[in-house]
Design a binder for this molecule. Sequence first.
Ligand code: SF4
Length: 203
Amino acid sequence: MAAELNLNEAVLTTRLDTVVNWARKNSLWPMPFGTACCAIEFMSVMASKYDMSRFGAEAMRFSPRQSDMMLVLGTVTNKLAPVLRTIYAQMAEPKWVISVGVCASSGGMYRTYATLQGIDRVVPVDVYVPGCPPRPESMLYGLMKLQEKIEKESLTMRKDHIARFYESLNRQKELEASRGLSPQQAVREMLLDAGDRGLATIF
Ligand code: SF4
């Protein structure tokens, strides 16, 4: 007599989003955008004591095309804002950003005309890590929060999110071409325009 097949033991059902997100959250490829002291603190996060590889994110890449998680570590000036946008645009999709420390998140103590008052004005940010500098444990907690967020994402929502950024990048390129502006001037114009319209971001 043929053995009965118990479907409960043989078949596992799940949603596509769940499987894809499980793989994504456990295989993040980080790219450090280090501009100041937070980047030094980040070195210890990658070293053996704190060891970010325990979270599946040890494949550090310095090429945006081989990364899907950018960590912004330090002060970002207005002059650097278009560079940050270009690097974000070049990263593999889907992509995520962690803003590490008060400088990246809000300009920190640099309340000056030269400093970008928060990178989330020019690129989408997924997780903010507070502190100056944040402790390695805080950075790891930020990574865990991002993993939780990825777990709940729907695949289509992610595409919309990135598409909005690309639209703003096209607007920036149009401004540069039509008015002969440098990338820095174009981003500055977009920030001023957004401010006039009561918006916090340019995308
Ligand atoms: S948040 Fe503090 S430690 Fe980090 S870059 Fe700014 S000044 Fe340096």
